[in-house]
Design a binder for this molecule. Structure first.
Ligand code: FE
Ligand code: FE
Ligand code: MG
Length: 168
């Protein structure tokens, strides 16, 4: 069973797990903000469909940040206390939207989701059969990230097909 401090859960060092969860926590806040601002600046064909998707994903990323923070606390850690640390700890970084066109925005967001999928896949691999609570948490988040990536990819396809149909 998990003990606090420098303890070990079935071969996983808890301090290392907390460190990796904090990196994912930084990713979630940056992903949240990326969706938050993209939804406001996005332009172009079928942007309303994109706005609905981006808003939903923003809410999901904020919920993920909360889930990860709760687990860090349960493990005896402290979630990153300063937004400055989001940039030093992030795995996936932050794609500042420079081109507000809907297809460019969706491409940035898809990259972010692909990175999130690989982060949570690694966390699931690491905790499988070792820390069931964290494994369950990261698996649930992973399922959301996979759905995000699929939704964005499908929307990107619809929009690019529509644009090419207009060109005849
Ligand atoms: Fe997320
Ligand atoms: Fe996501
Ligand atoms: Mg969605």
């Amino acid at each position: 069973m998990a003990r606090r401090g420098n303890s070990i859960i079935k071969g996983i060092e808890v301090s290392e797990l907390i460190r990796l969860l904090n990196k994912a926590y930084a990713d979630e806040w940056l992903a949240y903000y990326q969706y938050y601002i993209e939804e406001k600046v996005v332009k172009g064909i079928m942007k309303d469909a994109a706005i609905a998707e981006l808003q939903q994903h923003a809410a999901d990323e904020l919920r993920h940040a909360d889930m990860v923070a709760q687990r860090i606390l349960q493990l005896g850690g402290t979630p990153l206390l300063s937004p400055k640390e989001w940039f030093t700890q992030t795995n996936c970084g932050y794609e500042e939207p420079k081109d507000f066109d809907v297809t460019a925005i969706l491409e940035d967001a898809i990259k972010g989701e692909q990175c999130a999928i690989s982060t949570y896949s690694e966390l699931a691999e690491m905790t499988r059969e070792k820390d069931i609570v964290t494994y369950d948490l990261v698996s649930r988040i992973l399922a959301d990230e996979v759905e995000h990536e699929e939704d964005l990819t499908a929307l990107h396809e619809d929009i690019t097909e529509f644009i090419s149909s207009l060109r005849g």
